[in-house]
Design a binder for this molecule. Structure first.
Ligand code: COA
Length: 248
């Protein structure tokens, strides 16, 4: 136990999504068995194939035990959990995990899964950022993994970190390996600011009344490079337009 670590059992972050949903980020732990199984049940077959490369029907007991065992130097997971109106945890909707490579302990394999209804809202980007920060704290120099060659979302998520030419094709799969940005790295600081700005924007969109002027919001989102968020914002603005023209 390292008391100076941010990503310990005490870690918790609260987020509000654009639709007002309250979320909590925290580490995965032994109490998450039911939530994990239920979240897996809610994954579409397409998402399962993207994550496991075949139509996985269930998680084995060994896999569940491995995921739930408390984070240490070799593995760890960050969970996004939906909260109810009372702020109680309701359902797990996403997880990012690293597992150290036993053959090459300088590297850890990373994977992210977001339950289908919640994909494309920016959660994957936030979870990946936190996961890399957690790996940085544990001084793991390399992140590696693989994705299906047509998995555009995962590829877009990884692109800021993976150097040019850093994806290698192996049949239908892309392999990647990149240096985990250390906490003092300007890239990490920039991405932390981006994640914070996205979280802040979510909150303002949820609050509705205090929306940024669209042009200003677009400028900010373009600089964050988050196309999905920009589209959400434009959709919201289109919905609001008739109300504005009526002078509501
Ligand atoms: C891949 C996955 C983790 C991404 O998480 P997410 O929360 O859906 O992704 P985000 O909303 O953070 O968006 C990630 C990027 O994909 C882009 N994106 C979102 N929806 C997209 C779509 N339909 N098509 C193409 N790109 C899309 C976003 O714009 C964003 O890039 P940007 O920030 O540069 O704009 C998630 O979709 C998922 O769990 N998929 C199934 C399992 C899987 O594929 N896991 C990865 C293998 S390890």
């Amino acid at each position: 136990m390292q008391p100076d670590r941010l990503f310990s059992e005490a870690y918790q972050e609260q987020l509000v999504l654009p639709d007002g949903t309250q979320m909590r980020l925290r580490l995965v732990g032994p109490g998450d068995r039911d939530g994990l199984v239920q979240a897996f049940e809610r994954l579409s077959m397409e998402s399962r194939i993207q994550r496991w490369f075949y139509p996985k029907m269930r998680l084995t007991e060994a896999e569940i035990d491995a995921i739930l065992s408390p984070a240490d130097e070799h593995h760890g997971g960050i969970l996004a959990v939906q909260l109810d109106a009372m702020g109680e945890e309701e359902a797990g909707i996403g997880m990012a995990r690293f597992v150290r490579n036993p053959q090459d302990p300088a590297a850890a394999e990373i994977a992210i899964t977001i339950v289908d209804g919640w994909q494309g809202m920016g959660l994957g980007r936030i979870l990946l950022h936190r996961l890399l920060a957690m790996m940085g704290e544990r001084r793991i120099p390399w992140a590696e993994g693989r994705l299906q060659a047509d998995n555009t979302r995962m590829r877009r998520l990884l692109e800021p970190y993976v150097p040019a030419g850093g994806f290698h094709r192996d049949g239908d799969t892309l392999l990647f390996r990149f240096a985990v940005p250390q906490l003092g790295d300007p890239l990490m600081a920039q991405l932390a600011r981006n994640a914070a700005a996205v979280a802040h924007l979510f909150k303002r969109m949820a609050e509705d009344g205090v929306l940024l002027p669209l042009a200003e919001a677009e400028k900010r989102l373009q600089s964050l490079g988050s196309k999905a968020l920009l589209e959400t914002l434009q959709r919201q603005d289109r919905k609001r337009a008739p109300a504005r023209s009526r002078g509501d």
